[in-house]
Design a protein around this ligand. Sequence first.
Ligand code: WT7
Length: 653
Amino acid sequence: MEKILNALPTSKTIHPDVNVLKDVHKRSLENPELFWQKFADELFWYEKNGLAFQPMEEPPYAKWFASMKTNISYNALDRHVESWRKNKVAYYWEGENGEKRTLTYYDLYREVNKFASVLRSLGVRKGDRVTIYMPMIPELLISMLATVRIGAIHSVIFAGFAAQAIADRVNDSQSKVIITADESYRRGKTIEIKGVVDEALKHTTTVEKVLVVRRGHNIVNMVEDRDVWYHELVESADAYVEPEKLDGMHPSFILYTSGTTGKPKGATHGTAGYMVWAYFTQKVVFDVNDKDIFWCAADVGWITGHTYIVYGPLISGVTSLIYEGAPDYPTPDRWWDMIERYGVTIFYTSPTSIRMHMKHGESWAKKHQLSTLRILGSVGEPINPEAWSWYYKYIGQEKTPIVDTWWQTETGGIMISPQPGLALVPLKPGSATFPLPGVDADVYTEDKMIAKPDEKGYLVIRKPWPGEFITIWGDHERFKKTYFTKFPGFYYPGDFAMKDSDGYLWLLGRADEVLKVAGHRIGTIELENVLISHPAVAESAVIGKADPIKMQVPVAFVILRPGYTPSPQLRVELINQIRQAIGPIAAPQALYFVNKLPKTRSGKIMRRVIGAVAEERNIGDITTLEDETSVEEAKKAYEEFKLEILSVEENLR
Ligand code: WT7
């Protein structure tokens, strides 16, 4: 540990002084209008009147740049095309099969204009919703940029989601158009994703057109009057589409994320606040410059990809790398080989991926020259000190700082993290360190008091910040209720946290019924709803079980209806039902048949008790912070439930 801290680089740009951060942070909170106005001057605006920041009557939120007009696509493309960056590389793209494409800012600008023209020709207008379900090919990014260029609202759905999940999201957003591709590739296999869209569309009514991008060579079913090929329409497309001049608060995209009900939440981001936040955080956390090769190895289908593959890097004018495929395909050194071949300088991934590579062993990384790296990032879940140290030692070669970045779909961009672009503080493996400027974060107890140093509590953000999402699509009441009532007037992200005596923040995982499976957010109730929809199931409870690589995996407990008996076949059938409804990422690792579930007197399922039994942990480990039950009640329920699982398991063998 000492070694790690002492080995951190010090240079003119990296100031190892916590006070520098604290000082900027203080100024940003004291005068947000001035702070953000000044920063926004670095970007392009059609109109720039009025206040950068207006607090609203109801405390949780604010209007950001509300009376100003801008366009994200203009700031990401046209602004650079008018500068020396016109022919600078925006993206190096590599397919899983080794295929390569290079797109300069000017190439991308031309593609986006043509795509925008095609969308217009399909009747897409400002404010319309466009669902995008695509593999990680440049057209995915191009279609997003084209959508925001014309003021339409994109809803990107991760390509691993199944038909029912797509249908639910299309129906909620009332999308008029879906953009997809014929097929995608993963681990050498071809997946016919157009077929998944066809299946989803059997359960929707709003979609008028399906725009299909040609990726493969196979014959695809095209529905007459509904499905169109992009390569055919683009032939008559215009080379230039004037960007819409959009109000600061105009919705730019919806991204669905899981919560504590069965219905995913359409987190909706605005235009100017999100844009400024993406740009600001890209600079402050990743300290990017024109020589960098930036690689965020996430999927564009999640917020990490939206902000740090698409918008943050482009608005900042950097060169990025995009990789389509699996991280260990065809061999476990695929990533390390790519870092070497492209000379990547900043690399951003998740603790789950690091642990997966740890399992393959460091010999794969040692085969490659990784000395171009200067910043490593981590996101998606708390990073355990073992993974941190491995990443530091074998990838960062003991000289590269690790930015452990805490944030969420709802926050638009990074909120708590080391900030090499401002001043690099000494790192502590497992701590995300300090909040960014504009982020008024603290830890509170259940009784709404500020927690003492080292006391576990809830993370709370006391003031609005530019990247804050603006609503839950179609359900503003749920937005207020979910995020702003537990700590009235403050934003409650749903995470446990702790602040140590040096003021460093430690993020300790979700405090609600949402799991983190390989960095993906999965609502237990969504899974329970799928199980209950099966005729054999009377009741179910899904909990997260600790997993050495994925952090958590879903485990299901099911009570059958009278007349049904537990069997290995039924177990497989129920797990498959989840695969088919939501997608393989949500499939439970185990499913137990039980006669009873432990419940509180008010009928709430005691998830912590079930979790302790599933992990064969001692009842003493159960945290009661958010439970209404007494330790006595929990203990009794634990003993009873333990017998329950054992007895039913035996019946099955
Ligand atoms: C949840 C948000 C942020 C983009 C990807 C995930 C957890 C995220 C960290 C971190 C500890 C983290 C939180 C948060 N989380 N980053 N560095 N340390 N926990 O976005 O799917 O919206 O999930 O991920 O629990 O609430 P998301």
